[in-house]
Write a protein that binds this ligand. Structure first.
Ligand code: SF4
Length: 365
């Protein structure tokens, strides 16, 4: 009896080209933008699985089996003046997101206790506002960082929006901030579709001030907002030029009441392909999977590591829920991965070679 099953022809050329690019990355050769575009445009499922497999090798080569865990605490929530269209904390949108002013020091230390108990390295203090200027709020925030640093419970990290004054970045560094999250969100081309109350350039300049202060840069973006694959590719290359140390990839979790509430979700395989392409372009950086992973990837979550992710945001996000930390830790154990990142700091990363203060991120809720 004749089978009615269609057998797809195997494209050995694409298979060989993915392997060739993967071997080049392992040898330390940066891939070009044209090569990056080609990887983002791969459309055949078998090719995408080849890509994931090579991304996994690249992760293992540069990062071993260590996984960096971070968590966040919202030190001031809701009522933000900005209009980021994905964000439940903007004052412009009707959402159920909570609102409160600066939290008390004890609440930060309680979050640090929880982070430590879960083996989390970095605790990011995140605030919903446009940015930070000199004044009493900066003084209070700096006190929180000093207390966190003194406690020795977690690495003091921050995500406090736009900084226009070098002195503010310097104050944060003196107070103990080691790593600051400020996402580019998307490509420069797509950015006006995401936010119009501040510019891409404001974000680039903020990162320049932070780098100049000696603060490590955590910068990435959100995928699934309606951007093209080319936009995702451009984002990855901008982050490479910028010299980001940690690259968080958020996947849009549309919040009712926000302008992006009805955006069609990305297919899980396209999300994994994006992570893998980022690993090819940013082989030594921490690629952290943050907001939206549980809802968008469902039972394919553990495949983020096969796709090249080396870091994970654990605990709840700013306005959406994550799966319990215990479940994440069990997932890492089952995969033979080690969440102990202490001995595996930022020092293995190549210098970006750019000029501090002249390079080209906010809390991605
Ligand atoms: S992402 Fe940040 S700056 Fe933008 S609206 Fe939300 S809290 Fe405000």
């Amino acid at each position: 009896m004749l089978s009615t099953m269609t057998v797809k022809s195997f494209d050995a050329t694409d298979h060989a080209r993915i392997a060739e690019l993967g071997q080049g990355v392992l040898r330390g050769e940066p891939i070009s933008r044209e090569e990056g575009r080609w990887l983002f445009d791969l459309g055949d499922t078998a090719d995408v699985f080849d890509l994931l497999s090579w991304a996994n090798r690249i992760r293992e080569h540069f990062k071993g089996n260590k996984i960096h865990l971070c968590s966040i605490v919202n030190v001031k929530a809701g009522g933000c003046s900005e209009n980021c269209r994905f964000c439940a904390q903007s004052v412009l949108y009707q959402t159920d997101s909570p609102r409160y002013g600066l939290i008390e020091p004890d609440a930060v230390l309680a979050a640090a206790d929880e982070a430590k108990a879960n083996g989390v390295t970095g605790l990011g203090l995140v605030a919903a506002w446009r940015g930070l200027e000199e004044g009493p709020v900066l003084d209070e925030i700096c006190q929180r960082f000093e207390e966190l640093k003194r406690s020795g419970k977690a690495r003091p990290d921050a995500s406090l929006g736009i900084i226009k004054d070098q002195k503010v970045a310097d104050r944060l560094r003196q107070a103990g901030v080691e790593c600051y999250n400020h996402n580019l969100e998307s490509s420069r081309r797509f950015y006006p579709q995401v936010c119009s109350s501040h510019t891409y350039e404001d974000r680039v300049q903020t990162i320049g001030h932070l780098k100049h202060a000696g603060i490590k840069i955590c910068s990435g973006g959100i995928i699934g907002m309606g951007e093209t694959r080319e936009d995702r590719c451009d984002l990855a290359f901008s982050l490479r030029e910028l010299g980001a140390n940690v690259v968080p990839i958020n996947i849009l979790n549309p919040v009712p009441g926000t302008p992006f509430a009805n955006v069609e979700p990305l297919a899980p395989l396209e999300i994994l392909q994006t992570i893998a392409c980022f690993r090819f372009i940013l082989p030594r950086q921490e690629i952290m999977i943050a907001g939206g992973r549980t809802v968008n990837l469902r039972d394919m979550q553990s495949m983020i590591f096969l796709a090249g992710a080396s870091a994970l945001m654990v605990g709840n996000y700013l306005t959406t829920l994550n799966q319990p930390v215990e479940k994440d830790l069990q997932m890492l154990k089952d995969l033979g991965l080690d969440p102990n990142w202490d001995k595996h700091g930022f020092s293995d990363q190549e210098p970006c070679g750019c000029n501090p203060g002249h390079e080209m991120a906010c809390a991605s809720s």
